[in-house]
Design a protein around this ligand. Structure first.
Ligand code: FAD
Length: 449
């Protein structure tokens, strides 16, 4: 494994020997650089390694819908690991209260964790690292080009991170080694995960829009590469076509590596412009979101936006709004705009909103709330609560882009928006069949597909 993916969280260098991988963001047994590195460290000293997952109640805005989807996927991961003779431990509680004790009890030489640039999981890692006197090494198993390596500052826009990523993409976009069956014994007494206890904490009886887990993720990826990729560039912005890959929940829960998606898409039989368009979203845009959250401590509020955006929004703070809705009206899709309501209903009913509609949806929240601060909060909370892929760097940046011009530029000035890019229903009409989209969502509401 390329050690440029690693970062010591307590200044101690990695040590070969008994290793524990604290799995958190990258919840998979295959194509996982953090797991691969844990195996390498253990094997270098003829020692053993294991995987630990700590189910913490603290993930911001996570609800039973998200937790149960995650638990379903983790069960499959645990089985895959067990087949490789890699023990999977499930702890329940706060990481800094549970993990140091577990690591000490098992006398590990190194603790590996994966990379997630959001504040709460970063604080978990920092607290655990501070509590241990063995090396705690973070491995960026999520980004194709490691986030900390590609840039040491907040990038201004896609155009500034793109050349940095492309310069080293060849080094990192390589095939993954296959995990070998472990031949050493981690412990004589392995405690099986108590899934019933975990599930009892997050009771959820509703359906899921997609099947959780690495197998389903790979099937979705295969179907996309075989059947949809060749019209991705032309149709991805049309909410009436399912030309997008639908992979975002699988990436969010780490059930498949974005790097696997990149490798498979590049090998697919499809025109180059479609492959390039997908790689731009999958690598450049997605990794730009991680960069924003890592280096901007205000990523979760409007205060993270650039000065020009804050200034223009402030100048239009007192502009007359044609409509102002409270949070509940947005949540229950009770605005005057049937297109907006349809988008909100799509997210509530299916856990997903089409990418193009997400932009329109968030911008209208800016137009119909009392302040940009409220708009940011409402959009984020709705997205995090109802979208299966929410609570992700992409969600923070998606909202910040729509409401506060992050990674965008100034546009023609107009009421309420100031110089933030504007979108309206007529613009949507010129791009797709708006009535057809509303009918499609009505049909889902009535129990159709
Ligand atoms: C207001 C708003 C909120 C959003 N919230 C989220 C969120 O919570 N989680 C999330 O993953 N994405 C979010 N996005 C970004 C984007 O809309 C989704 O990633 C995409 O629609 C997911 O569907 P897909 O996997 O079928 O995408 P595809 O078009 O198939 O793209 C493949 C992958 O590329 C990445 N990608 C695509 N578009 C973007 C983008 N604009 N920015 C960053 N990465 C991108 C995603 O990882 C995606 O899974 C948001 C965008 C907006 C405007």
């Amino acid at each position: 494994m390329d050690i440029r993916r690693t970062f010591s969280l307590n200044g101690r260098p990695a040590k070969a020997g008994k290793t524990i991988y604290w799995m958190s963001r990258d919840q998979r047994a295959k194509d996982n650089w953090a797991l691969i590195y844990a195996a390498e460290l253990a094997m270098a000293a003829d020692s053993a390694f294991a995987v630990l997952f700590c189910l913490s109640p603290d993930f911001p805005n996570g609800n039973s819908f998200h937790y149960r989807f995650m638990i379903n996927g983790l069960k499959e991961t645990a089985q895959e690991l067990e087949a490789l003779n890699i023990p999977f431990y499930l702890l329940i509680g706060r990481p800094h209260e549970k993990i140091p004790e577990f690591v000490r009890q098992h006398k590990a030489d190194t603790l590996i964790c994966d990379f997630m640039p959001l504040k709460v999981p970063m604080a978990w890692r920092a607290d655990v690292a501070a509590a241990l006197d063995i090396p705690v090494i973070e491995v960026d198993a999520h980004n194709v080009v490691p986030c900390r390596f590609v840039s040491q500052k907040q990038e201004y826009a896609a155009r500034t991170i793109r050349p940095k990523i492309h310069r080293v993409l060849g080094d990192f976009l390589t095939e993954f080694p296959k995990m070998q069956k472990q031949t050493t014994v981690f412990s004589e007494n392995i405690q099986k995960p108590d899934w019933a206890r975990a599930e009892a904490l997050y009771s959820y009886s509703g359906a899921f829009p997609i099947v959780s887990g690495a197998k389903a993720a790979m099937e979705t990826l295969r179907e996309f590469a075989d059947e949809k990729l060749s019209c991705y560039d032309e149709k991805r912005n049309n909410p009436n076509f399912d030309a997008q890959s639908m992979m975002s929940p699988y990436f969010h829960f780490g059930q498949v590596a974005p790097q696997r998606a990149a490798l498979d898409v590049m090998k697919a039989d499809a025109p180059d412009e479609d492959k390039d368009a997908y790689i731009e979203e999958l690598i450049i845009r997605r990794e730009l979101s991680d960069n924003y959250c890592l280096y901007n401590p205000e990523y979760d509020s409007i205060d993270g936006a650039d000065k020009w955006a804050l200034k223009t929004l402030d100048e239009h703070r007192n502009d007359r709004r044609e409509y102002i809705y409270p949070y509940e009206a947005f949540e229950t899709a009770q605005t005057h705009d049937t297109l907006w309501n349809a988008a909100q209903m799509q997210m509530r009913l299916t856990g997903r909103m089409h990418g193009y509609m997400r932009m329109y949806w968030a911008k209208k929240i800016l137009e119909w709330t009392e302040s940009p601060e409220d708009a940011f909060r409402y959009a984020l909370l709705l997205n995090d609560t109802y979208a299966l892929d929410g609570r992700d760097p992409n969600g923070y940046v998606g909202v910040a882009w729509s409401v506060a011009g992050v990674h965008d530029r100034a546009w023609t000035e107009r009421p309420v928006y100031g110089k933030i890019r504007y979108m309206n229903r007529n613009g949507c009409r010129s791009k797709f069949d708006v009535d057809g989209y509303i009918r499609k969502i009505e049909n889902i509401k009535k129990g159709g597909v």
